[in-house]
Design a protein around this ligand. Structure first.
Ligand code: HEM
Length: 489
């Protein structure tokens, strides 16, 4: 390497030494600049291309590496290799995020938090792309772009508008459970370390014998749940917009490694048809009395990324990244997500996103016939790029990763089937009735504060929203109505 006084010589991208990095080449000392100044042109052009499209949701986030350790025997339910023995450890990359804000938004806001995990297993990468909430706002993927449009900036004002947010929620009563959760005490976590994570969806586990089970994952924070009040969050968001990101990095730098106790709820496949709730409805939880959480592992984060852009911005997680023994459920939202993420990655990072160091398998090896595309690194050299072949190329196993599911009935635009206790309000009401009196007061205050921002002429939006909470719990409805009236007059 060429050096100047012991320091490396500055070069162009193609490696030629740079003579002057402070003064551009001009025609005479006071004249216009020259196109032959390759250093200037390359520098300006590269700078213009530093950004890639931010994630359309969950743009704002922070990541860290760590370890998952199995602490409970789950071999009766899944043949996943990384879960096959108590004590087995797997490297993990986690990314936590807010949903609605753009890349530069503040962390301390009322919004669900993403809880995305990549397990670098011996049988390929397994991604579990969850949230800090056990449920979600909607139950059909066709509603997702509309929902997110109401959370993002209005096409006319360029700001998030309470009218849009509450119009959509009021007209989507299935959101009542998640909205009750979001405006409660857990709605603004004090940091990424002080929140739980959930798969939210039901997934399928399949054991060695091919038997299927339905599971939900819970990651319980060992730091304890801690939240911010609306006032605390407003102050913190102004003082330190990067509060959550900074907290995670500094904790890990200081050797204070955050951890989570991992649990699963397991439902035998045969229970699903007669269960009192549709077990694949993302707006519902499985009450713990029905399916108690069982401890299976421990997640610890203990290493910061070295480069945020390379490892956090370019990281890609997909609910479709399964490993043998784990698969999807018929949850319609999950089914939509199986497509959406890979598509987002191809657009946002490119067709070779899974070859980047943070995304590629770390223990397993990828052997595919997929080739070329932008930034292909030539890893397959001259190996045959077609199948079948007689050139000793990679071959299929013939063994499905997960068990088949029974389906019946005609194709069509069907709503998710309702089980005997399914409605849009019962679990929201249960959640409210579980709260202490002061928690109820804060919930009503938070909801009323947000509803009060709806335009004066759109009382219909407010009434519809309050009506949904009234159907969840009469007391919640009347308290909310009074609190909103007090604020709006
Ligand atoms: C049909 C419903 C949904 C669709 C279409 C959808 C779509 C997307 C898309 C396109 C991204 C950006 C991906 C990227 O650019 O890399 C994303 C990110 C994310 N979504 Fe969803 N999403 C849906 C529902 C959900 C649900 C229910 C959860 C949680 C249970 C969730 C959790 C996340 C997380 C955590 C991220 C950020 C991943 C990361 O850190 O890179 N999403 N979603």
């Amino acid at each position: 390497m060429a050096t100047q006084n012991g320091r490396p010589t500055l070069t162009t991208e193609s490696g030629a030494p740079v003579a002057d990095n402070q003064n551009s080449e001009s025609a005479g000392p006071g004249g216009p600049l020259l196109v032959q100044d390759q250093q200037l042109l390359e520098k300006l052009a590269r700078f213009n291309r530093e950004r890639i499209p931010e994630r359309v949701v969950h743009a704002r986030g922070a990541g860290a590496y760590g370890t998952f350790t199995v602490t409970g025997d789950v071999t009766a339910w899944t043949r996943a290799d990384f879960l096959s023995a108590v004590g087995k450890q797997t490297e993990v990359f986690a990314r936590f995020s807010t949903v609605a804000g753009n890349l530069g938004a503040a962390d301390a806001v009322r919004d669900p938090r993403g809880f995305a995990l990549k397990f670098y297993t011996e049988e390929g990468n397994y991604d579990l792309v969850g949230n800090n909430t056990p449920v979600f706002f909607i139950k059909d993927p066709s509603k997702f772009p509309d929902f997110i449009h109401t959370q993002k900036r209005d096409p006319y004002t360029g700001s998030q508008e309470a009218d849009n947010v509450w119009d959509f929620w009021g007209l989507s009563p299935e959101s009542t459970h998640q909205v009750t959760w979001l405006f409660g005490d857990r709605g603004i976590p004090s940091s990424y370390r002080h929140m739980n994570g959930y798969s939210s969806h039901t997934y399928q586990w399949t054991n060695e014998a091919g038997e299927a089970f339905w599971v939900k994952y819970h990651f319980k924070t060992d730091q304890g749940i801690a939240g911010l009040t609306a006032q605390e969050a407003t102050a913190l968001a102004g003082l330190d917009p990067d509060s959550h990101q900074r907290d995670l990095r500094e904790a890990i730098e200081g050797g204070e490694f955050p951890s989570w106790t991992v649990q699963v709820q397991v439902m035998p496949a045969a229970d699903a048809a007669a269960y009192r709730f549709n077990p694949f409805d993302l707006t519902k939880v499985w009450p713990h009395a029905d399916y108690p959480p069982i401890e299976i592992g421990r997640l610890e984060l203990n290493r910061n990324p070295r480069n945020v852009f390379a490892e956090v911005e370019q990281s890609v997680f997909s609910p479709a990244h399964f490993v043998p023994g784990i698969g999807p459920s018929p949850d319609k939202m999950l089914q939509g997500r199986l497509f959406a993420y890979g598509d987002a990655h191809r657009y946002r990072v490119g067709i070779n996103a899974d070859q980047l160091p943070v995304n590629r398998p770390h223990v397993a090896e990828a052997h595919t016939y997929g080739r070329d595309g932008h930034l292909y690194d030539g890893r397959h050299a001259g190996a045959k790029n077609y199948e079948p072949n007689s050139a000793n190329g990679p071959v299929q196993t013939g063994r499905p990763l997960w068990a088949a599911t029974e389906v019946s009935g005609p194709t069509g635009d069907h709503a998710a089937p309702l089980h005997r206790e399914d409605d849009d309000f019962a679990q929201a009401g249960d959640l409210y009735r579980l709260m202490t009196e002061v928690e109820k007061e804060r919930l009503v205050d938070n909801l009323a504060g947000s509803l009060a921002a709806v335009s004066a002429g759109r009382g219909d939006i407010v009434e519809r929203a309050v009506g949904n909470f009234r159907r969840a719990d009469a007391d919640l409805g009347s308290r909310l109505e009074a609190a909103v009236k007090q604020r709006r007059g």
